[in-house]
Design a protein around this ligand. Sequence first.
Ligand SMILES: N[C@@H](CCC[C@H](N)C(=O)O)C(=O)O
Length: 275
Amino acid sequence: MEFTKMHGLGNDYVYVNCFRETIDFPSEFAKRISDRHFGIGSDGLVLIGPSSAADFKMEMYNADGSAAKMCGNGIRCVGKYVYDYGLTDKTEITVETESGIKPLCLYVRNQKVEAVCVDMGAPRYNAHSIPILSEKDMIIQEPIEISGKVYRMTGISMGNPHAVVYVEDVWDYPVKAIGPVFEMHPRFPERINVEFCKVIDRSHIEMRVWERGTGETCACGTGACAAAVSSVLNDLTDEEVTVTLLGGELNVRWDRAVNRVYMTGPAARVFDGVL
Ligand SMILES: N[C@@H](CCC[C@H](N)C(=O)O)C(=O)O
């Protein structure tokens, strides 16, 4: 089976072209190939296939085999894959995901896609739709106790669930210790992705992420969007921000007039392989 290893800011997935290949048990397959010692090594698996409603369809699995409805870094790489491998010659395409159809704008240089802008759609911050168990309708700076410390979280869905918290020093934060306790807290019936953020100024956020189903990753596209939306809701930033992550920078703009979030960042191919 042919595959391609790609990444968006170091958030790396194995990409399989399902126009050509068939995977019967994608969840098992994702677990096996993601293993960094006994597999190919990745944060998960992304399947690219035909869609009856859009130009292409994307399916995404975390390293533990769980499926996610949306993946921001993954969808940028899908844009690069379909253009660079000649599945399309268009620079404006649509991709069907489990959380709806997303329009992509591909930025091409020397016949290769270097960066992609994704219209991520409308964020949702109603507790029920994230989902987060709460008596309140919106989760804004809501206290939650994790490992004996009270955090104030803001809950956002970007098609997948996120809890954004603000900390003093992102780079020194014990993300690997706190992240898994957050992820499994009983208030999150579908578990949660957690963004540990620091606002530098009204147009700049630093962030590390603990991803549901994978662990700490170098970057999370949906997480960066959730951090941007949370920071606007808490009046910490303006509508357009640069989000600095371990793997690099993303530009995120929440256009509140039309209630859509736009995420722009790089997409890169690492290598092709045969399994
Ligand atoms: N890294 C991704 C998000 C992948 C899915 C997430 N772990 C979940 O289970 O919701 C991104 O770039 O958005």
